[in-house]
Design a protein around this ligand. Structure first.
Ligand code: MLT
Ligand code: ZN
Length: 461
């Protein structure tokens, strides 16, 4: 049965590369969550849009589920293939297709890595501003699927802001050119925006027109140590009014401990409970002066206990490593991840409630907080104690996440800021979206993918 379905696909697309070796099924069937045992039917590696269309049409006829796949660096199980699906990997479709200097649009295939996009933009003297630690492995198609955010959202917004157009293979195999790079286009529903963040459930993104920006002025990077949690938002308020921030990222001493154990170098002597990496525009002496004044004011107020400004690019990179190295340093412990969002105004009250909740509910577990606090986005990673079975650990974390979701609902927040819902957050979607919203989303999905072949089981059932 399995064989005949794949034989049929090969007959329809003779040049299509198909992988069925166990090692490939494992490699392509999982993402960074490592929670589900990968079990795809096979892996297809198309190299043309026409091949993607053939796969989608075949999947409809043969009732095979598809899992669109980028770099699989996702943290919510959105690219997991654990139920006999065909993985549709875009990794061979990774070319830069063109650049238009007048429109400042870079046209790429969906399987290109974020880092290759950065390099292409730089080669034209411009900037693609979405950025985060997985840049070398994640792909633009995956970034679109989750509306990826990262470390400079505070200045540039999320992926959504930078998509001028999308080429999408619809659920029935037809090709859609959405928005075509237009700056203004008030002609009905913006289907491009609907696709962004849809986690591969409404169509397969095969091409992307990316808007590029002017490169930033010279920037400075500062590491701050803070004596207590309230200081986080106080320093943010201060810095936001005095400086032109590019990034404002925080982590705790617990997170720092893991990154240092993983090979990063300590930048400040004494330990403090909270740290911030702030990056700000500093084209001339006046900006540097403003940063020093803001720092001194923070010290006077008792919100900052120590700090250092990078004196070179290498030092700036070393400070960034303290923040960007956290995910990698925790990965061997298989953390349970929360990725929550709140309005910045709701953050101070929420932080206190959350701190009490986590201390009460995770007495035996190490809880690592960090993230994009300037965007109202916190990452809470929980590490299992060595003597606890994985199933017991997950069940415990899921019970606490239910409490967290209730708290978020009360504070008007979201259960996913930038990682997506995928499989991991599916049970909690109702805490962020109303029943009426979810019913509409179901209706949209049904229209775009009537046979239910596009990433079934992700986002909602
Ligand atoms: C990050 O910002 O480093 C990741 O999105 C967070 C995580 O690994 O939980
Ligand atoms: Zn993040």
């Amino acid at each position: 049965m399995t064989e005949s379905r794949l034989d049929d696909l090969t007959a329809r697309a003779p040049g299509l590369r198909l992988l069925t070796e166990l090692a490939d099924l494992i490699h392509y069937g999982r993402d960074w969550t490592r929670r589900w045992g990968p079990a795809p039917l096979a892996v297809a590696l198309p190299s043309t849009v026409a091949e993607v269309q053939t796969i989608v049409r075949w999947a409809n006829e043969r009732q095979v589920s598809l899992v669109p796949s980028g770099g699989r660096t996702g943290l919510s199980g959105g690219a997991v293939a654990a139920r006999g699906e065909l993985v549709l990997s875009l990794e061979r479709m990774n070319r830069v297709l063109g650049f238009d200097a007048t429109d400042r649009l870079l046209e790429v295939e969906a399987g290109i890595t974020l880092q290759a996009v950065h390099e292409a933009a730089r080669s034209h003297g411009l900037l693609y501003p979405v950025d985060f630690a997985a840049r070398g492995s994640c792909t633009i198609g995956g970034n679109v699927a989750t509306n990826a955010g990262g470390i400079r959202v505070i200045r540039y917004g999320t992926t959504r802001e930078w998509i001028g157009g999308l080429t999408v293979v619809a659920g029935n195999g037809e090709l859609l050119e959405l928005n075509r790079g237009l700056v203004k286009n008030s002609s009905g529903y913006d289907l491009r925006q609907l696709m962004i963040g849809s986690e591969g459930t409404l169509g397969v993104v095969v091409g992307v027109q990316l808007k590029l920006a002017d490169p930033p002025p010279p920037v400075q990077t500062m590491l701050l140590a803070l004596p207590h949690m309230d200081a986080l938002m106080q320093v943010f308020g201060l810095f936001r009014t005095q400086l032109k921030l590019q990034a404002f990222e925080f982590f705790t001493d617990v997170a720092l401990g893991h990154v240092l154990a993983h090979g990063a170098k300590r930048a400040l002597d004494a330990n403090q409970p909270y740290y911030v990496v702030a990056e700000y525009d500093a084209p001339d002496d006046r900006d540097e002066q403003a940063a020093l004044l803001a720092f001194e004011e923070g010290v006077r107020e008792g919100w900052i206990s120590d700090g250092v400004i990078a004196q070179s690019e290498a030092q700036a990179a070393a400070l960034w490593r303290l923040r960007e190295g956290i995910t990698e340093s925790l990965a061997p412990r298989k953390p349970y991840k929360n990725d929550i969002a709140l309005r910045i105004s709701a953050m101070p009250a929420f932080l206190h409630e959350m701190q009490a909740l986590l201390a009460r509910e995770y007495p035996r577990m190490e809880v690592v907080w960090f993230g994009h606090i300037g965007d109202g986005n916190l990452h809470i990673n929980v590490l299992p104690p060595g003597d606890m079975a994985q199933a017991e650990f997950l069940a415990h974390c899921e019970r606490v996440t239910r409490l967290l979701a209730d708290a978020l609902q009360r504070h008007g927040g979201s259960i996913s800021a930038e990682h997506g819902i995928g499989l991991v957050k599916k049970p909690y979607l109702g805490s962020t979206r109303s029943a009426a919203e979810i019913a509409l989303m179901r209706g949209v999905r049904q229209v775009c993918d009537p046979n239910g072949i596009l990433n079934p089981g992700k986002l909602f059932d």
